[in-house]
Write a protein that binds this ligand. Structure first.
Ligand SMILES: Cc1cc2nc3c(=O)[nH]c(=O)nc-3n(C[C@H](O)[C@H](O)[C@H](O)COP(=O)(O)OP(=O)(O)OC[C@H]3O[C@@H](n4cnc5c(N)ncnc54)[C@H](O)[C@@H]3O)c2cc1C
Length: 415
């Protein structure tokens, strides 16, 4: 294995042209925070790190767009955008390390995705290098451009199998300086879904509505020694946030929560510290599960109105494989029907449990790879979410763009 660190599109192009000539496999690595096992290199693979592709252009206030090198982290992009009065409306716990290239690779989502879209909606253009070294794409950021296929749309979410992204044109929104945040408890997941629908109808400024089961909330809060503002007895907790450029959002949030049914308890953050505490507990979930020694998680999605059925199926699968319900950590993004699951007793070593849950997801017409990508971890099971004809079409695209099969071999999509 060797690591290369291009600092420009030209250097990236030269590395790929050379790899193509010698038919040497390569993988792209951004922050390495991906959760689908994609960036672990095989012997003989060239690792192309984007950590020198960190150019950031000036924010264009007219288009509300910015051009960023693939290796720019989410946190530095947002610092840069904020200085100009804008922000990039996608957030995730790995913000300090995750790069915009990697986020485009996985079509990352996160807490704000239901409102502003995942990466595919936020990437206005890419510049990328094909397996043979040729450069494609555009960073002009045209919002209307139907001259042929959308190569940007194709490359976002392709997990480095079709091209190496060197730079991106990204859409921004005006900086949301005003926020109102609450932790809301409901008895069941169906009640949490009803709460989300109520808030969506009554809060025009709603930007996030995540959910956490009480056991996961306790694990995370204990890990970082932060006390959540509500007692974490059994139930479901919604992390709710409103955001807007200005104005007091508390009356909007308070009145919507007062008129919500089936709410057990509510804690509205009174200041920035309380708001940060709620998000800290939410953001530490992945790390808290990893700290138990089980780094394997499921990232699944079902239609939102089937979340309760999914919970029943998860519990039944755990029961039938002899696991403990107490050790099932469940959280996710409510409005997207996107669930993260880490049963701390298994999954990593329990293929039976994983298969049962993913089969249930398939029966519920969901996705076995919602926002973290397929990587290596879910490659064998991709047929639960895609038909044979779809997989054939994907393999044909892959072969057309990378005939020698040097890009991200053994990951994301069967060849
Ligand atoms: C604490 C924590 C919280 C997280 N929360 C979320 C969340 O809420 N939502 C979410 O979607 N994800 C989440 N993730 C997962 C992860 O942060 C995302 O998948 C992110 O998109 C990965 O970015 P990265 O730069 O680390 O990519 P990497 O892990 O380096 O790579 C990810 C994939 O993209 C490919 N790739 C990388 N760079 C390029 C490039 N320049 N061109 C083409 N392909 C490339 C890689 O080959 C790989 O397949 C979380 C991870 C952690 C650790």
């Amino acid at each position: 294995m060797s690591t290369r660190r291009p600092a420009s599109t030209e250097e990236l192009s030269a590395i790929l042209a050379e790899a193509s000539t010698s038919a040497t496999p390569v993988i792209m690595v951004g922050g390495g925070t991906g959760l689908a096992g994609a960036t672990e290199p095989d012997a003989g693979e060239i690792v192309i790190s984007t950590d020198h592709l960190t150019q950031l252009g000036a924010v264009d206030p007219v288009t509300a767009q910015v051009t960023a090198g693939a290796g720019v982290t989410l946190a530095s992009l947002n610092r840069h955008a904020r200085e100009a009065g804008f922000e990039f409306p996608l957030d995730l716990g790995a913000r300090d390390s995750a790069t915009v290239g990697g986020m485009a690779g996985t079509n990352a989502g996160g807490a704000l995705a239901w409102r502003f879209g995942s990466m595919r909606q936020l990437v206005a253009g890419v510049e990328a290098v094909l397996a043979d070294g040729s450069v494609i794409g555009s960073l002009t950021g045209l919002s209307k451009d139907n001259a042929g296929y959308s190569l940007t749309g194709l490359l976002v979410g392709s997990e480095g199998t079709l091209a190496a992204i060197s730079a991106l044109r990204l859409s921004l929104v005006p900086r949301m300086d005003s926020r109102a945040t609450a932790l809301v408890k409901t008895a069941t997941i169906a009640d949490a879904v009803a709460l989300m629908a109520h808030l969506r109808s009554n809060c025009p400024d709603l930007i996030a509505c995540d959910f956490v089961h009480s056991r996961a909330l306790r694990l995370s809060a204990d890990r970082i020694a932060v006390r959540p503002p509500l007692p974490s007895e059994d139930g479901w907790f919604a992390v709710v946030e409103l955001g807007a450029p200005s104005g007091d959002l508390l009356p909007q949030l308070t009145s919507a929560l007062e008129s919500a049914n089936r709410v057990v308890a509510t804690a509205i953050a009174a200041d920035a510290d309380q708001r940060a505490a709620i998000w800290k507990v939410r953001d530490a979930l992945t790390e808290a599960c990893d700290a138990t020694g089980n780094e394997h998680k499921l990232d699944i999605a079902v239609p939102v109105n089937r979340l309760a059925e999914l919970e029943t199926a998860i519990r039944a699968a755990i029961e039938s494989t002899g696991g403990s319900q107490d050790d099932a950590m469940i959280w996710g993004h409510l409005a997207d029907g996107n669930v993260h699951l880490a049963p701390l007793f298994g999954l990593a070593g329990d293929d039976q449990l994983e298969l049962k849950i993913l089969e249930a997801v398939s029966e519920l017409e969901g996705s076995i790879a919602a926002e973290h990508g397929v990587g290596r971890d879910r490659l064998e099971l991709i047929g639960l979410s895609r038909s044979d004809a779809e997989l054939k079409a994907m393999a044909a695209i892959r072969k057309a763009l990378d005939p020698k099969g040097i890009l991200a071999s053994g990951r994301a999509v069967p060849r």
